[in-house]
Design a protein around this ligand. Structure first.
Ligand SMILES: [Ca+2]
Length: 328
């Protein structure tokens, strides 16, 4: 009997499994303590509590943003998302008007961002933020084009600070697989920098306070330079000799004027001031490419998410919702 027990002790796994220390823990903890003055044991405990998630690595490895526009657009431009956007706007009419007024950001864009990010707050993500940031900060897949682990590691540091400042339960907070949180999907650094307490209850709650979410999204766009009432994007006609190699792919900072782009073969379909700064974007439709002049406000939307298709989806959704509001 005794021998069997001893054998069992050696062959059965010991439960609960002792936490494995994540690679890079010591270096991270040291920085947390010396550079940010965070309490060592608390940081160690939090990291030890975090779990590596293969599903997070799989998700970051899937190039969802790489879909051509004609496949990307139908994900966001649905009747359901348009109609729920109209409902969300109606339910929060005064609030959205107040945020728009205070931060100088068009109402329909605030609504559309929350619609694209989380279906108006319904789908905010079920990954523990600590798992997401530890997995991507400490185990970022090496087979991807660029190593973004420094970014996620830095967001992890921001998250620990955020949790301490806002009194959040760091081990319980949930969000996207990439660490974005709440109805507006703010990364920890953005939460710390741009979130506002728009309902004035003394805390910034981007999960449960719709006023805080609406105010924070508006403030984010405002701080990145939104210009109220100004154009976002307009269709352009490209001549056969147009400067196709000067089209933006990653950075949509407007570098030339509408008039200069016209000289390069991209003519606006709408009447625009010739001195208006613009960039040029190509979208891949099913049977052809289309060309677009993008402006300062388009660039501002890409500060929320770098993909030009994301910015285009936000813009188109905003226009559909606005149209729906006008016909109510
Ligand atoms: Ca609040």
């Amino acid at each position: 009997m005794r021998i069997i027990l001893i054998l069992l002790l050696f062959t059965l796994p010991v439960l609960p499994v002792l936490a494995v220390e994540h690679p890079g823990t010591d270096e991270f903890v040291q920085r947390a303590v010396t550079e940010y003055g965070l309490p060592e044991q608390q940081v160690r405990d939090l990291l030890a509590n975090a779990e590596y998630k293969q599903s997070i690595v799989d998700a970051i490895s899937r190039p969802a943003e790489g879909k051509p526009w004609h496949e990307y657009r139908p994900i966001f431009l649905t009747d359901k998302r348009i109609n729920e956007g109209i409902d969300f706007w109606m339910e929060n009419r005064e609030l959205i008007a107040a945020a728009s007024q205070q931060y100088g950001v068009d109402e329909e864009i605030i609504v559309a961002i929350i619609g694209v990010e989380t279906f108006y707050g319904r789908i905010t993500g079920n990954y523990r933020t600590i798992d997401a940031l530890v997995t991507l900060g400490f185990y970022y897949p090496t087979n991807l084009a660029s190593d973004r682990s420094p970014f996620f590691s830095s967001e992890l540091m921001q998250f620990i600070q955020l949790a301490s400042e806002e009194g959040l339960p760091a081990a319980k907070v949930t969000g996207s697989y990439a660490g974005a949180m709440g109805m507006g999907q703010f990364m920890p650094s953005s939460y710390r920098e741009y979130a506002v307490d728009f309902d004035g209850d003394g805390s910034r709650d981007l999960w449960r306070s719709t006023p805080d979410v609406v105010g924070s999204v508006a403030n984010y766009l405002h701080r990145h330079g939104w210009q109220a009432g100004q154009p976002v994007v307009r269709r352009a006609l490209a001549s056969g000799e147009a400067a196709f190699d000067e089209i933006s792919t990653r950075n949509f900072t407007p570098t030339l004027t509408v008039a200069q782009w016209q000289e390069k073969g991209f003519t606006s379909s709408a009447d625009l001031p010739p001195e208006l700064p613009a960039a040029v974007m190509k979208l891949v439709e099913e049977d052809r490419n289309t060309y677009w002049l993008t402006f300062r406000n388009f660039y501002v939307i890409t500060r929320y998410n770098r993909s030009p298709r994301y910015a285009m989806a936000v813009y188109e959704l905003s226009q559909e919702i606005k149209k729906g509001m006008e016909t109510l």
